[in-house]
Design a protein around this ligand. Structure first.
Ligand code: SPV
Ligand code: MN
Length: 623
């Protein structure tokens, strides 16, 4: 255990004073311990002044972790070709010997894990600067908010965090001797061409008992930006002990009639239209990725944990994503990662309108159209998981309540997935419990490029939170069920599916714009202003109701034939899905609540009845 002298020895007076001013022995002890382990050449403490933030921006350029682009404020960062997504296999919970942590969670013996951390991270910052930065997860002065500190040697990680999170130095000072803050300890390790070299020694270890996450030999944001997915695991654990929810959800304000705004939170696995739903034109965004939800006076209220977007850039175009397009083309502070960069400092990504440039640099080095890899496959200009990092404050459509310490009241919760053959485009559950179980806890999605591994495989992902669960799955679902039951007014629960395909042609049955219509219908439902048809699996919209919305918002004549194709209940597919989900929960350990099995079995029986009465494909007009 180090002492203040350990820190002082590496800190100049100015930086040391910033830490002293916080005056928190828990914080000091924590920092000293890692200074001793990392042996940095120097320490920088960020007090959130503009000078300090600018120091980080400049450092990212000087270190070569970022490079300037043509538009002022824009920079580009590359991750190693082997470090382009979250590493699920190497992300583990540290669990003391003999302690049960829950089935299905990726765990490592704590003693062994700590031994490995100590060996990999010993002296890892020799000759380099340790950056220490403070943030809050959630708005300032709010019952939702958790303070957090990041230790890292990556200026890119800190720069990203200064865009993505709210400043926390003042909050730490205000809190004084507080010990329940979240702690993130990261080192990118040895670098080669400014990217992590020892990716084979990439480890992400989470210790929920101590509110700490260690990450090493990686730069990719999902593995390193402590406050993002690493904090989410700590958040889920903390929420489970305190009766609230940490969810992988966007929050969007949807405009209804008479200047009404209804807020929705939505959980979708990555690359399923999550950010684009949160960013719908004409609506207002609170957040696109992570929400804390609390029961406040019997209502579900939510805040965005973050203050920016770490969004997938593939296919972003001015027609579908006008707001994002705009911030990516103006003088804002934006970090692009793993896109193609030209000599003139312009950038290109897969799906950007227009021809790709003749040549440029991407995450694999020099690139030109048609360039092939060793296996003869054509190399795309950008990585599928290439991203942009930008502040919500720069968006025109940011919701006025974005920083409200009381959060916003949720009218509805939406669960989505990438599902080519089962769920209809939109459906409302029969109630909170039915929705949590048959929708949230039953999400399946065809895999995407946001994690390492094969794409296109149907994978189970309850509440889209599977990768981030730090408690047993059954317990997590149970907490969700109980949360809603304690509310005086529970949000309505909906499912959506933007990826349903025609049974014969295999073509998508929806355009990218249709999601607005589903949201507008949900908004009316929450406020008791739209009818619905009982489809046996939930309530679906009636033809007339959505035809009116298509005309009003998209000026499109929505035909009855389209409606029938999109909302035909695929009975066998739904039944098979329920059977898959029951099997998964049967093997999920003892914490799964009985009500989950009862609800799913009842749903299955209902579908069987429908099959006998009306056949395998039931037109919504025959319901
Ligand atoms: C996701 O994949 O869900 C993301 C990006 O939001 S990451 O930070 O990699 O988790
Ligand atoms: Mn996410």
């Amino acid at each position: 255990m180090g002492s203040m002298d350990t820190i002082k020895a590496k800190c100049d007076e100015k930086n040391f004073k910033k830490l002293e001013a916080i005056n928190n022995k828990y914080l000091n002890g924590f920092i000293a311990e890692f200074v001793e382990l990392f042996e940095p050449g120097s320490i920088f403490i960020c007090d959130d002044t503009e000078d300090d933030i600018q120091y980080i921006r400049d450092k990212a350029l000087n270190d070569g972790e970022e490079a300037k682009l043509a538009i002022p404020g824009h920079t580009i960062h590359f991750d190693s070709p082997y470090d382009q997504a979250r590493d699920k296999a190497m992300t583990k919970f540290l669990v003391p010997a003999g302690k049960e942590f829950g089935k299905g969670l990726n765990v490592a013996d704590k003693e062994e894990g700590v031994g490995e951390i100590n060996s990999i991270m010993s002296g890892i910052m020799k000759g380099r600067e340790l950056l220490i930065v403070f943030f809050t997860l959630g708005p300032a002065n709010s019952p939702f908010t958790i303070p957090a500190v990041q230790l890292t040697d990556s200026s890119y990680v800190v720069h990203s965090e200064t865009i993505l999170y709210r400043k926390g130095y003042k909050e730490f000072k205000r809190l004084g001797e507080y010990d329940s803050f979240f702690k993130f300890v990261h080192s990118e390790g040895e670098l080669e061409n400014a990217v992590s070299k020892n990716v084979d020694k990439r480890r992400i270890y989470i210790d929920t008992a101590e509110n700490i996450v260690y990450s090493m030999n990686t730069q990719y944001g999902g593995n390193t930006i402590g406050l993002k997915k690493l904090a989410m695991r700590l958040g889920i654990n903390r929420a489970s002990q305190e009766d609230w929810l940490t969810e992988h959800m966007f929050i969007v304000g949807v405009n209804g009639p008479r200047d009404r705004v209804t807020y929705f939170a939505g959980a979708f696995p990555s690359m399923c239209g999550k950010t684009s739903t949160a960013m719908l034109k004409g609506e207002t965004i609170i957040g696109d990725d992570i929400a804390y939800i609390r029961n406040i006076d019997g209502k579900a209220r939510a805040v965005n944990v973050e203050a920016g977007l770490f969004g997938i850039i593939q296919d972003i175009n001015p027609d579908d994503d006008p707001m994002i397009w705009k911030i990516l083309h103006e003088e804002n502070e934006v970090i692009f990662s793993n896109v193609l960069k030209t000599e003139e400092g312009k950038i290109y990504w897969i799906g950007k309108p227009g021809e790709p440039p003749e040549k440029g640099i991407n995450f694999l080095g020099e690139w030109y159209p048609g360039k092939k890899d060793e296996d003869g496959n054509e190399i795309p200009p950008s990585h599928k998981n290439a991203r942009f990092t930008a502040g919500l404050k720069d968006l025109e459509n940011v919701d006025p309540s974005f920083n409200d310490p009381a959060g916003v009241e949720l009218g509805g919760i939406i669960y989505g997935g990438r599902d080519s053959d089962t769920w209809v485009p939109v459906q409302e559950s029969y109630g909170w419990e039915h929705g949590i179980i048959t929708m949230g806890a039953s999400i399946e999605s065809e895999t995407t490029a946001a994690t390492l591994g094969k794409t296109g495989v149907r994978t189970f992902n309850p509440m889209s939170n599977l990768d981030f669960l730090s408690i047993p799955m059954g317990k997590y679902v149970d907490i969700n069920i109980k949360f809603g039951k304690k509310l005086k007014k529970a949000p309505r629960v909906f499912s959506v599916n933007y990826f349903l395909k025609d049974r014969e042609s295999g073509e998508f049955l929806n355009t990218k714009l249709d999601k607005l219509i589903w949201l507008k219908w949900m908004e009316l439902r929450v406020n008791g202003e739209a009818g619905a048809v009982d489809a046996g699996t939930g309530f679906i919209p009636g033809y007339e109701d959505i035809a009116v919305l298509f005309k009003k918002y998209l000026d499109r004549d929505y035909s009855e034939q389209e409606y029938v194709q999109q909302f035909t209940i695929r009975v066998n597919e739904n039944m098979k899905k329920i059977e898959r989900i029951i099997d998964i929960y049967k093997n999920a350990g003892p914490e799964v609540p009985d009500i989950l099995f009862e609800t799913l079995k009842k749903q299955r029986e209902k579908l069987l009845e429908m099959l006998n009465e009306k056949g395998a494909y039931i037109s919504p007009l025959d319901l």
